[in-house]
Design a binder for this molecule. Structure first.
Ligand code: NAG
Ligand code: NAG
Ligand code: NAG
Length: 419
């Protein structure tokens, strides 16, 4: 465990006195906890836990590039999962933010928290894979635990590049203080996709409806856990962060939260951006939808880049001094290198969706790519393929995010990072 994570864990465990706020009981502006005299058991107290990426020595730039094809594929119109909508894309553990979920009788599973899907599943003890997956870093789940029961049903999650098959179980599980006694979860027995290093995934999305109207595992975590809201704080440097259920920690951001309304509850944590614009410093980089090609933007904890339509991103690259990469495999338009010196001198890139302008500074969007003078731009093209732009880690590190389930909206406020 990296030292930073230990510190965060200690902080999360030690502090109970500072302001954790529940947005469904109080206005966003109110930063004192609800009165202890109000004993509304339907509104659980906020709880924070540490989250962290699992580092394996790659540079942030290398991880960002490895993440991109999956981010583009998971929301792609061309993939099968766009129709089903419920399927996450999982690949390598180092690309995501994890926390520990307790399952059954105190068993712990390192779980990727994914706002872009809606199933909870765990790689199984007898999982087999023709392509060498099912190799888990953690302890295998023990299914003879007396609190874990089989539903007798199976599930299939279909991905752009392969499938996950498993059995459905039920039993207690706990995520950041939120508990269900009879929560459904999948346990995989066969994986044809690249799931190496992944022990478990918990989707925090709404109920993605497939054609039969149900998600694969049959019960979505935000409903099973009765979550009113959850929040992400991401460190700007070391791949750690803080995840909070049923509220937010007002000490982790400055200013007020501003909210964007979720209009399509059948799917992702996304909102319409048809009136959205992009600016680089003072210069306009145009309409965020590139003439209506991407009417929605999705907030995705499983994506690294800010993914926008290629034409928009080309303008951002040009204005920030980035050079389009030629990877030689037909994807040369999706990423760009950028001089590392831009991190100190470059302009903010500002996204305006509705009333509010969200700026992302160069220190965040210039991503270290293994030393030297060349870095990677945190902006990627390709959003026109799916019709969705994506706000990934590059955005979420600068903007604390509150996923307000009860009120169907996402709040953002400027994250406070230690100097
Ligand atoms: C809220 O965040 C601050 C700043 O990191 C931290 O000191 C405090 O412990 C956090 N509060 C809780 C209850 O987690
Ligand atoms: C609140 O509810 C809990 C659990 O039912 C109970 O133990 C506690 O006494 C109640 N507190 C107040 C102030 O009513
Ligand atoms: C699994 O759990 C059961 C019941 O608690 C226990 O008897 C058994 O030893 C455990 N198996 C392993 C491999 O830990």
């Amino acid at each position: 465990m990296p030292p930073a994570l230990l510190i965060l864990l200690a902080l999360a465990a030690a502090a109970t006195a500072s302001p954790l706020v529940n947005p469904s009981t109080s206005l966003a502006e109110v930063i004192t906890p609800a009165s202890p005299l109000v004993n509304d058991t339907s509104v659980p107290a906020p709880v924070s836990v540490a989250i962290a990426r699992k580092y394996t020595g790659d540079s942030p730039g290398a991880r960002a590039k490895a993440n991109l094809p999956f981010a583009l594929a998971r929301f792609s119109k061309k993939s099968k999962l766009a129709k089903r909508g419920s399927s996450p894309m999982i690949y390598s553990g180092k690309l995501f933010y994890y926390t520990t979920v307790t399952v059954g009788n105190g068993q712990t599973v390192e779980t990727f928290l994914d706002t872009g899907s809606d199933d909870f599943w765990i790689s199984g003890p007898n999982c087999q894979s023709p392509v060498g997956n099912c190799k888990l870093p953690g302890k295998l789940i023990n299914l003879t635990d007396p609190t874990i029961h089989s539903t007798g049903e199976t599930f299939l999650d279909e991905y752009a590049a392969g499938n996950v098959y498993g059995n459905i179980y039920y039993g207690p599980y706990t995520l950041a203080g939120a508990t269900t006694q009879k929560g459904h979860f999948g346990v995989s027995f066969f994986e044809t996709n690249s799931f190496a290093e992944l022990q478990a995934l918990l989707g925090l999305g709404f109920n993605f409806q497939d054609t039969t109207g149900i998600d694969a595992v049959g019960q979505i975590p935000i409903v099973a856990l009765k979550l009113k809201s959850f929040s992400f704080y991401l460190s700007n440097s070391d791949g750690t962060g803080v995840f909070t259920t049923n509220g937010y920690n007002a000490s982790l951001f400055s200013g007020k939260l501003t909210y964007e309304k979720i209009t399509d509850l059948g799917g992702y944590w996304g909102f319409p951006v048809s009136a959205g614009t992009v600016k680089v410093g003072e210069n306009s980089a145009g309409d965020i939808t590139d003439g209506g090609q991407t009417p929605q933007i999705i907030v995705d904890s499983g994506t690294t880049f800010i993914v926008l339509p290629t034409n928009v991103v080309k303008k951002i690259w040009k204005e920030t001094g980035a050079t389009v990469e030629n990877s030689g495999d037909g994807t040369s338009w999706t990423t760009a290198t950028i001089p590392c010196s831009v991190a100190k001198t470059g302009p903010d890139v500002s996204l305006t969706y509705s009333a509010t302008t969200y700026a992302v500074p160069a220190s965040i969007y210039v991503i270290n790519y293994g030393g030297g003078k060349t870095c990677l731009s945190g902006f990627s093209g390709g959003a026109e393929d799916s019709g969705y732009s994506i706000l990934g880690d590059v955005f979420l590190r600068e903007w604390y995010s509150v996923f307000d389930i009860a009120n169907h909206r996402i709040g953002f406020a400027k994250a406070v990072h230690p100097a």
